[in-house]
Design a protein around this ligand. Structure first.
Ligand SMILES: [Zn+2]
Ligand SMILES: [Zn+2]
Length: 221
């Protein structure tokens, strides 16, 4: 409601073409999702139906990625994460909805938890908003099953430091049904450590089917 009022006062501009109206117009959204590459998120090689090849050993069974972290997608994620553009959760959620296939009705969507400090800075829990939006659109459940152990920020850390931090970062709160598919969602994947250890936490708690969906994949070079 407040977002709608604010967008009348200060209208949104499309992150791709600057058109007034929304943070991502239909055309630019189509350009992103139609260029979706089926490459493995763990090794970068061409994959099959999902973004995970058969050779990579990871704690999740399936993966989907909207796109690389550049261009309009990078701007949209940046606005949402760092410039308090709360309304972007809808555009980002719509992108995920476009690349996700039909999921089993018992699927539970699990957002990657954000540190309390970041939630305070932004004024919202950014992945929780997207999880709720995607779950409601598909008629699925969402649950904050994965929690953060420490409040270490990831952004400036080096790859090896990130891995070490992520390793002990998560724990599971809540009951895990082994047959339920859990779809972990996150905005940006850099080294993959976050998604790996969040998945591992769910597996260690008894989950047998952990899937992941990422909005933007950052290629480290
Ligand atoms: Zn546009
Ligand atoms: Zn692979």
């Amino acid at each position: 409601m407040l977002d709608d009022i604010l967008s009348i006062i200060a209208p949104h501009h499309c992150c791709g073409c600057d058109e007034i109206g929304s943070l991502l117009c239909g055309n630019c959204k189509y350009n992103i999702t139609s260029e979706q590459k089926m490459v493995c998120i763990a090794c970068g090689r061409p994959s099959g139906v999902t973004c995970l090849c058969k050779k990579c050993l990871v704690p999740y069974e399936k993966a989907w990625v909207v796109g690389e972290r550049d261009g309009p997608l990078q701007r949209l994620v940046g606005l949402y994460k760092f410039e308090r553009a709360k309304a972007a959760y809808k555009s980002l959620g719509d992108l995920l909805l476009d690349v996700l296939p039909e999921l089993p009705t018992e699927t539970v969507i699990v957002p990657i938890p954000t540190t309390t400090g970041r939630i305070r800075e932004r004024g919202y829990d950014h992945m929780l908003l997207i999880a709720r939006y995607v779950a409601q659109a598909r008629g699925l459940k969402y649950q904050q099953l994965v929690r953060r152990q420490t409040n270490t920020k990831q952004r400036q850390a080096t790859a090896s430091k990130r891995d070490l931090q992520a390793k002990n970062a998560f724990f599971v709160s809540g009951k895990i049904d082994a047959d339920t598919p859990f779809l972990i969602i996150d905005d940006v994947m850099t080294t993959g450590a976050t998604i790996k250890y969040a998945s591992l936490a769910l597996c260690n708690a008894g989950a047998k089917h952990v899937w992941v969906a990422i909005i933007a994949r950052q290629t480290l070079d």
